[in-house]
Design a protein around this ligand. Structure first.
Ligand code: GLC
Ligand code: CA
Length: 565
């Protein structure tokens, strides 16, 4: 594959609202991003993804856009954004932003017009359907559910029609069949690219087309979570192809589309293969929930994790490129998912080694570089995420006798708010995130887990991340770590995730123990290699013997290999 700048990038995702607040209103802002660019530079990343900062009523923290050409007032102004962009570029940090194509806010001008009457010129911008009447009873146009709970339709009283909304009630879906919608989106994307951004993360990229409006087979629930009715349908590719032809291909940018759960490698390749893809990369979610129950406890399913990586990285070999990430703003913290809090530092470093030497473009999620963990939510009032809140409320409404504590328990594990708690900068009040009242609670562990203390400690998780970035981007192993082939070894071993990166005669072995016991990695698992030298490890005294590598709990070792054939 042709080399591209974004293959040589190390990304970092910023959830602005929780990153850094500079005016004490308790809400992170663009000025906060600006002030922390030096921090990111020091960490070593050369690409940032900023989540939406468009004008928005913030029902879904900015994914509900009411004006694509304005900046949300709580985040700053267009000038603040330009300042961020300018400084980032000076530091050789590229900036990508979210491109939201599937929906707008119901407060967007288009929707305000659209709802007014059946013949409003903006009516066709959204997906409207009349109610269904069955035996004199009124029903939604289909029985499909939305991602955020309940029906994917909402009735608008003005015309009595239903509009489609696969996310929250305040996020009507755009109608991509409308040429006017497509034209508006082309214009908007160009406007941001012309300002000098380096690309887009394309939100909900797989949902732009819908199946015919026919009911899904009933389950016991009134609304069926049949997401295939609005995911990965053939027309999506036509729309994205049009965007690529008209916009993306005209700039030296990168695009990474969110295709979420349910996308197969084949459909991933339809989005993002070098020959007929429309995007440069796609984010899938397959590796986000690789756990299994053992003795009533949720533990990491290491084989499943390997299976997923094998599937996607092998599937894209020679045809496309993958992004690498443990979590984004929609997922729990990786430390609480796959880490071991009894071996906090070791397991956090091991997880970083496991992921970031795989072939692909890494995206660190804010706070991951210090090992931030899930928040101990117990009450409905502690949540801020519209999706979690909806789901808990629906359970309370639909299941008589259920207590709040029970409903919280069902949804806490998957809540998107774990990722959204404030960044832990130091041990001062509110973890140094704000001097005001934070919009969402700060994790009580911030005195132990924060950026300032880890930056001072050369042995910290933070420095481990910095070293990984350095090794990947600036060391003599750069080429093999970026472009080398990826092959999993010792596949059936449930205790380690190990792989080889190979470029011509150069080979690197990456061994990661997921076990809290002492284990060994055997040379006999390799064919045609001997161990070379240790390059990098999460223990200061890792060692290798000729035939095996002893692994202490969560030991992670990167070493060179010598070729024997
Ligand atoms: C994507 C975003 C998520 C948002 C949704 C609707 O999945 O990552 O945060 O709620 O799209 O825009
Ligand atoms: Ca603020």
């Amino acid at each position: 594959m042709k080399k591209k700048w974004w293959m040589e990038s190390f990304g970092y995702q910023i959830y602005i609202k929780s990153f850094y607040d500079t005016n004490s209103d308790g809400i992170g802002d663009l000025e906060g991003v600006y002030q922390k660019l030096d921090y990111l530079y020091e960490l070593g990343v050369n690409l940032i993804w900023l989540v939406p900062f468009y004008q928005s009523p913030m029902d879904d923290n900015g994914y509900d856009v009411s004006d694509f050409y304005e900046v949300a007032s709580e985040y700053g102004t267009l000038e603040t954004f330009k300042k961020v962009l300018d400084k980032a570029n000076k530091l050789n940090i590229r900036v990508i932003i979210d491109l939201i194509l599937n929906h707008t806010s119901d407060e967007h001008y288009w929707f305000q017009e659209s709802r007014k009457s059946l013949d409003n010129p903006y009516r066709e911008y959204y997906i409207w359907e009349p109610p269904r009447i069955i035996d004199g009873q009124e029903y939604e146009p289909t029985n499909w559910s939305s991602f955020f709970g309940g029906s994917c339709w909402k009735k608008d009283e003005i015309t009595g029609y239903y509009f489609m909304k696969i996310f929250s009630d305040k996020m009507p879906d755009l109608n991509w069949k409308s040429e006017n919608v497509r034209k508006e989106m082309i214009k908007m994307a160009k406007w941001w690219l012309d300002m000098g951004i380096s690309g887009f993360r394309i939100d909900a990229a797989s949902h732009l087309a819908r199946a015919p409006f026919v009911d899904s087979k009933m389950t016991k629930d009134r609304y069926v979570p049949d997401f295939s009715k609005y995911s990965n349908l053939p027309m999506v590719h036509e729309y994205l192809k049009m965007l690529d032809d008209e916009v993306f291909s005209k700039y030296d940018i990168m695009t990474v589309g969110e295709v979420g759960g349910g996308a197969s490698v084949e459909s991933g390749l339809r989005y993002a293969s070098k020959d007929y893809g429309q995007l440069d990369m796609v984010f899938n979610f397959d590796h986000n929930w690789c756990t299994k129950k053992v003795n009533g406890k949720e533990v990491t399913d290491v084989i499943k994790l390997k299976y997923v990586f094998r599937k996607w990285i092998y599937g894209f070999k020679g045809k496309g490129w993958n992004p690498l990430y443990w979590l984004n703003h929609d997922h729990p913290r990786v430390m609480s998912m796959y880490g071991d809090l009894n071996y906090f530092e070791k397991s956090a470093k091991m997880l970083a080694n496991t992921l970031y030497f795989v072939k692909g473009t890494p995206f660190i999620y804010q706070g991951e570089e210090i090992g931030m963990t899930n928040y101990p939510f117990t009450k409905l009032s502690e949540f801020r995420d519209v999706s979690t809140i909806n789901h808990i409320k629906l359970d309370l409404k639909n299941q008589p006798g259920v207590t709040e504590a029970e409903a919280v328990k069902w949804h806490v594990e998957h809540s998107r708010d774990h990722a959204r708690i404030p960044m832990q900068w130091n041990s001062l009040k509110n973890a140094g995130f704000t001097t005001g009242t934070p919009w969402i609670n700060v994790h009580p562990n911030y005195k132990d887990i924060n950026v300032e203390s880890q930056m001072k400690d050369l042995n910290s998780i933070w420095h481990h991340y910095k070293n990984i970035i350095n090794l990947k981007l600036h060391s003599k192993y750069r080429e093999v770590l970026i472009y080398g082939d990826f092959e999993i070894v010792d596949y059936h071993n449930p205790h380690n995730f190990s792989y080889i990166r190979r470029l011509k005669d150069e080979a690197i072995l990456v061994v990661n123990s997921f076990s809290n016991q002492n284990r060994r990695f055997m040379l006999s698992k390799l064919d045609g290699y001997e161990f070379g030298e240790i390059i990098f490890s999460n223990y200061q005294d890792s060692h290798i013997s000729p035939k095996s590598i002893p692994l202490r709990p969560y030991e992670a070792v990167v070493l060179s290999l010598k070729l024997t054939k």
